[in-house]
Design a protein around this ligand. Sequence first.
Ligand SMILES: Cc1cc2nc3c(=O)[nH]c(=O)nc-3n(C[C@H](O)[C@H](O)[C@H](O)COP(=O)(O)OP(=O)(O)OC[C@H]3O[C@@H](n4cnc5c(N)ncnc54)[C@H](O)[C@@H]3O)c2cc1C
Length: 1600
Amino acid sequence: MSRPSCPVSAATGGQCPAGSVAGRSRASSRVGPRGCTFSGYCQPGDIHAAFDIPRGVDAEEWLRMRERKTINDLLYQDVPSVKEIGRMKNIDLLNADDHDLLAVALGAPARQVMIRAEEIGPATGWKDGYLSVEHGFCPPDYNESPGALANSPGRIWSDLCERMPGCVARGRVRESVAALPIVPGTADTVPDRALWAAVVALGMLCSIYRYEDKNDGHEGVAVSSTKYTPDCEMGDDLGEELIGIPRSIALPYWQVSRRLGRAIPHLTFFDQSSFNMKLKDPTSTFPYVGRFDNMEMRWPVFGERTEMAFQKGCADTSASFQHGPDAIASCQEHVMNRNIEGLLREMVRLKEILERMPNAFHSINTNPNSGENYVPGHQWVRWGKFSAPLSKRCPASSGLQFPPFLVMDAFLGRRKYESFLGAEGLHLRAWLPSNLRAFIAAIDYHYSIPEFVRASGDPRLMGVLDGIVEAYTGERGFMGTHRYKVFGILEIASKTGRTETNGLSGDADPNGKPWEETHKQFSEAMKERLEPFRGNITVEPHEMRGTFEECRYRSRVLSRAYVDTDSNRSIAMVTLDLQNTGVTFQPGDRLAIMPLNSWAECAKVAAALGLGDFLDYRVSLNAKWQRFAQHLGAVSHSSAPAHLTVKDILRRGHLAPITKELALKIHDLLRASSSTVVKVLATEEWPIRGSLGDLLQSAVADTNPHIWDRAFDLAGDMEWLADLIPVEIPRTYSISTHSQELLPSTVDLTISRAEYDLCATFAGEEKVRCAGVGSGFLNPFVSSGEDMMEDEEDILIGVSRPLNFQLPIDRAAPCAYFAGGSGIAPFRSFWQARLASHNNAAGRDLLYLGVQSREKFCYEEELRDYVDAGLMEVHLAFSRDSRGLVYDRRTHDLVEKEMPPRYIDNLIVEQGAVISELVMSKKQGGLGGYLYVCGSVAVFDSVMNGIRKAVYNHCSATMETTDMIVNRAFAERRFMLDVFMTPKPLPCNLPTIPLSQLARHTGHRPDTRMWIGVHGSVYDVTDFTPMHPGGTFIIKSNAGVDCSKSFDNLAHTNNPEVSSLLTKYFVGQLTPKPDFHNSPELGDLYELWSAYLRTTVETLVAHQFEMYEIMGASDDGTSDKYLRGSENIWSREHLVNIGLGVRMFYDYQSRLLQGGFSALFGPKLQELVLKLSFALADASASGTEMRLPDILGIIARAKTSPDAVVTSQQVSLVGQFVCDTSSNVRFAERGIFRYATKSVEMDIELLEDIREEACHGMDAFDSVMAMDVRSDSQRITVLAAFLMQTLERMAKRLEVFYTKLAQYKVYEPSLERNPARSRWQLVRRRVRDGSFFILTQQAVLGAAPAYVAAHNRGSSVDFDGVMNRIQATIRGAPRPSPTPTRLNAVHLARAATPPTDTSAMATHENNKSMRAMSAFIDKNMGSIRRLSRMPSVPLTFEEICEAVEQQDMLHGRRPPSPPSSHGSVNGTGSSRATSLERLMAAQNGRVLNTRTSSPMPGRMASRQGIRSPPTPPLDHAAALGSMMGKLNVRSRGGPVPASPAISAASERMVRPGRSMSMRPLPVNVSGSSSPAHGAKLSTSSLRTFKLGSERPAVKVAPTF
Ligand SMILES: Cc1cc2nc3c(=O)[nH]c(=O)nc-3n(C[C@H](O)[C@H](O)[C@H](O)COP(=O)(O)OP(=O)(O)OC[C@H]3O[C@@H](n4cnc5c(N)ncnc54)[C@H](O)[C@@H]3O)c2cc1C
């Protein structure tokens, strides 16, 4: 390893020579003298000695002068030779351009702006904006401006800001503001130094005033119309921003804004975050002072952690760029001075700064266990509303305005701002403070750094620039990480309370998923930034992840070394060349490597295909290989080679393992003639353990040579080769080395060879060991001779940084590393880095390593050296070796000791005393150590098991406390994981899992399992959830559904880390959509129903997030943890928290009631009713009149029933508490708590019941397809009838829900502490609002239905009735407002309270359904008319079927419904009712037997007055079976195999006493415990992969 050197003085020795003077407190010591701004240079030190500077001279100035050259030296260095001048036509060109001369004479523009800002800023209160070398865009002193404000009359504003969370909690914001006296914001009262604090304080006060005005308890369900009117002067004359805001804050806000150069008052994003912070410790400056952990919010408005975490996270993002402006200005100077080495240093520094920036995202975490970093997505909604601009003229308060982004765009020379986010960013740039604008302009318009780098041709500069581009705007860089973070939070927010999103994701979003649309917009903006460097990008950024596109550097294997005494070298240290690449890395980073196939594998393929003589032939490339070829060219900084040879394809393509796709391709090419291939295809697990070479070697022997030759034609340009062999994907390896060089010249990896036995099809009886592609290339079998061959070919590599696996900033913190096998790989870089930058005063480093035997103890020599020197403690567990080694703390030695073999968990338990202290936080009196785990999932499980036991043994009395202690360590980000495993082939012969089964596994109740579906497979991710780096909620929001789309968007599909882990959690394949033969109607119904099922699941899961918040428990809680500890949102400072708890519940419940659970009972359900009614009527043959369940009527009646009104009145009472200035809530606080608990519990129960019903409906599709009937019409008839019944039951459940909820009241004096006072308050309020005399007031129900059915409860309606209602709904639906075109408008829309305040997702989905219904009716108008006019002929059910059949015969299969030229929509005669009633009675009596046995529903029955609930969910199989009994089901030699789930359900059906139960059927919690829903119970195993069943339809000619 080369000796590290100081980037400034070139002095060697590993330490910056300036880093050793004690006690020197240079403000600028964090950024060294000009030219020495390497970010590691942050220690005080003797600069004079280090740089040979005379004593008494200002070192920085001296260095600056020493570096400064004459203009001539700079501009006339390259004057050509006499000869060259002689050949020149125009010698004038040799004179430097005026612009260059002037610029060199004046200095770099960006530096000049900075110097000016620093000179003028301190004396003028930084009016032009903060800009300095040391602090960048952040204030040099966070206390200065608030301090100045506090010393001025403007103090009244900051004092009120300090009271604000309390005022919000008590609902007293507006009174407090109105009570303020008017203090002007002019220079005589508010000095310049106080301006920034004044604008922040006043801006926040205006925003919260506006917010309170809009959200005053009338925005939800409300019966009171009394509004608060302040008794004070207003600022209406000061412009539209300040209309309706008291003059006491409006006037000074207007005045200070103008003094800061703001034409209209507005609050920027960084006003609210960066300028609203105070530092805990201003001396804690490494690596930057404004870190999350070193800041507090000065003036929170709401005062709870969502706001704090979010604002602090945003401030951290800006603060992490503290040294960025100086680095950028220095880059510009070096470009001007054409100083390549200086530029290199500064660019490396800038890259390090950018690479650090995404860390800020940690501080915004959706994981409830993340302590103060926890930001629940749905609470974010409130902040979104608060931060809305005061008027439509204001610039939006958006992160797009963050100066670091805008200056980086300028630095990289971004010219395209066409995307929505691009255009908005540019617009917001014009609203930045003047200094910042000037600085960005200086970078934008002068001395393009990327151009200089390109022109220099220096590969190091180009490599570092590429690293900067990636770190800033790449998929794994800041922008990519930002996008993923936003995706996750938005998904949760959109499914819950958020009504609008950032960006243009309104109606432009075709899928009703705003987070996907936002994701797309982010991608577009990323592409605009990437294009200048990566050319025309044809794929989305996330599609680059896990592909060759991530490997942007060229390298070579330099050596492979033994790291232990294992003669097989199953683990090796592999060193790669990094010379001239510009690659830098840090401990924890990973290398992605594009492996090359072994020569032996290439040879097998070449031999079988006869390519031996063609290895250097050019191959005609398909699109993917062409992109690869271009990529190779770009990486080599040469024009892309337009071709690749046969050898290239063989070496760089995917040859092993054999995927199903690859095997099918060969099968087709050989026209199904190879028995080997057929045998391979019949396998029961994929992929197959073997290679393409193995397959071809076997197949060539059993295939007709003519066919072979035709398939693999060597005569042409061999385009089949590129089609057959796809480009290989990269493998990831942890970096195992640390370097102190500015640009490291090598990198070490620790490679464990993945070995497997060749499958029996190829190996026969023999046992043939094979190596994985990547590990086999890097660490080949010693006997293979591969590593003896010279590595001439370049390999492609890339570097990535996991956010959650980095060393602590605090170098004195103790670190414990837990590793299994090759999991030691990253820890070598950790300990090397820690020990290199430390002396013995550093925190302890402890390694706990589990390996099989002494022979496999890696890096023993190196570790022993550290142990001997007392620098490390090493503890070992050998699982198959009794020759133990024990660490002796006294002698600093590893001592031999015979002991029984053990695993790492035993070792941890043994060392439990120390380990448990490391786990305990400092606040708990522990050491607050950092714990890192690396290895397979099994290693992780074992380590966690050991740690829990250790903590239990030493620090806690119960397992519950143990979990709390461990969770705390996770929350403090002291537990970090790097868990990975080699993927394993998955079986494909398991029974498949129906959608309904997946849907039931949402894991939202304690001790239940959580499943997700991804690309046809189902995974049980319950145990993985706590490990998910993005936070548990991200994964939970996809529970129970197919989340392939999110998986793709989040680039999980290509991510080896994810895909390999997933194999561990595989449960089975998802039952594919049934083959609906030729019935598109059935297919459409299937799609519609499955979408509805999905909505039920997503709604349930999303509501559960809010439910736990409302109940005061974290997400692992249940209702019994109600009002628990610090997570209690209901109280603040021992008083009821109206601002958070009461308001949150009010918003939540209002949303549900106003929308009437609109996601489930709104247009989506109506669309189902419409299409099912139509299908039923249409399939039931002419001459029949259908009577249909009155589903819409039931829903309408339920929503407007007296019970619903009572419920709404109760919620509106809660709303009154929000706006009631006399804070009467304290007289009904316990009543509200109880009411909230009960209602959210009932909400969830209702949602669970609806999901259960939807699941039954889903299963019916499978069952109906398994039955043998005469025509699809019959199928449609029975299925539609069944589904209609299911919907009817759902509607009735809604009815029962209201009835039950109406039993509870907010007003429960007996619950209160002072019942008499509660009673008196009620009377007093009623007297005041007049309701004492008029007790009934009309509830304002946002979603009052467009029609109200006649009171024909329990009866059915005819087809016309259904159509009329649906048409009325469509006509009455509000037109969607046009999509806002500016960000400002979007934010305003978000703050407005729409009448039906449903979530963004539900709104989108409902709009979609409205459109679909409208289109459906238009399209089928003719048929609807025809069906409405059918004569009434009494027919039996059998007769319907016969009629259907006759129709089928008449019209081929199914005739399209003839358009009707006459008649009206309402043409049905009431005389037909009798016959239809008879028909339905026949069906109901014998087929849909619940109708007769339970004459539903009726306002009746129980003594408590609760309506009888619907009977348990209908068993679809029993019901369908009964229906099919009437349809001459053809015998299949035995009964149709009903799934055990179905049988179990039918058993339940006949059990007495079940019919009154409202609880859903027991959900299978473990995936196996309940036979009713076990995965293995599906009937659908018939659809597992069978040869040919999934193949694309390829015409195969007979071969023999
Ligand atoms: C974040 C991370 C860090 C890592 N760090 C290290 C490290 O430091 N050291 C180290 O040695 N390894 C590390 N790995 C593992 C490494 O990336 C490779 O997974 C490992 O080397 C095996 O790759 P291979 O090409 O040799 O094997 P492959 O050729 O990919 O195959 C190996 C085995 O997996 C099976 N297999 C391959 N593809 C699939 C598939 N799609 N589905 C199912 N089964 C499949 C094969 O049949 C075979 O049995 C790390 C992995 C990750 C994700």
